[in-house]
Ligand binder design. Structure first.
Ligand SMILES: [Zn+2]
Length: 259
């Protein structure tokens, strides 16, 4: 049963003491391939170091919207340098819009997102996209509009939490949607409706570890071996065989990131 965890943060200090163990546990659970996503310049660099060290880990380089105070021309220079520094770099991101804690920096966030869209297109990389609403749906809307304006057709909207209407809109751009352990939470009925609505060939699975442990491990540190819980939930929700879910999501991830 091949499994791929399409969005992790193994470069976080949470794994400083036992990354070898975490990765061998992932292998035991059938997780063949792992994408480690960079969330700022320092972390992107560390993500590349990890990917260079472990054959089954790939890296992305990007700056999360919370880092939007960075100087744009510096960000551009550094990201391009990092993106071309190793063959293990497979995408730009995570990048996007996050209005959840602070929606006073929308202009800066949009500028940083668009910069990374442009870098991805210039270097022919897919995008790892993060969109999180604040009090209303504006992050989904603003993100969608920016992606559409720039004719983005290659990427994944990770940690998807929007309804099925939004899922359809992003998929119609040509993008994938990524589901995390959130779909296993008791109160996630609406999101499970989205899971049902998304064609299986447009969906990825991810832990987004160390965050968002699936229900079974809630309260613990998350890790790639738990991605099987997300596959299980998708199979249950859609009434499909788990083998079909793991095989197809693995295939989707391989196509998207060219791994
Ligand atoms: Zn993430």
């Amino acid at each position: 049963m091949p499994l791929i965890d399409s969005h992790t943060h193994l470069d976080f200090p949470d794994y400083d003491n036992d990354l070898d163990l975490v990765l061998s546990r992932a292998k035991q659970y059938g997780v063949d391939k792992i994408i480690n996503v960079g969330a700022d310049l320092v972390r992107s660099k560390k993500a590349i170091e990890i990917a260079n060290k472990y054959g089954n880990v790939w890296a992305t380089v990007g700056i999360h919207p919370e880092g939007c105070d960075i100087d744009i021309s510096q960000a551009q220079k550094e990201l391009k340098k990092l993106a071309t520094s190793s063959p293990k770099v497979v995408a730009i991101g995570e990048c996007g819009l996050d209005y959840f804690y602070d929606d006073s920096k929308k202009v800066k966030q949009k500028a940083l997102f668009e910069l990374q869209i442009n870098i991805a297109q210039e270097l022919n990389f897919p995008l790892a996209i993060h969109l999180r609403n604040g009090k209303d749906e504006t992050a989904a809307m603003d993100g969608y509009n920016l992606l559409k304006k720039n004719k983005v057709t290659n990427g994944v909207v990770h940690c998807f939490t929007f309804d099925k209407t939004w899922a359809k809109k992003f998929i119609n751009l040509g993008l994938y949607v990524g589901f995390t352990g959130i779909i296993t939470y008791k109160n996630a009925e609406l999101l499970r409706e989205t899971v049902k609505s998304v064609p299986i060939d447009r969906m990825l699975i991810e832990t987004d570890c160390p965050y968002l442990s699936p229900q079974k491990y809630r309260g613990e540190r998350n890790e790639p071996s738990y991605v099987s819980e997300i596959a299980k939930q998708i199979a249950e929700t859609r009434e499909e065989k788990i083998e079909k879910v793991t095989e197809q999501t693995a295939k989707n991830t391989e196509i998207l990131f060219n791994i």
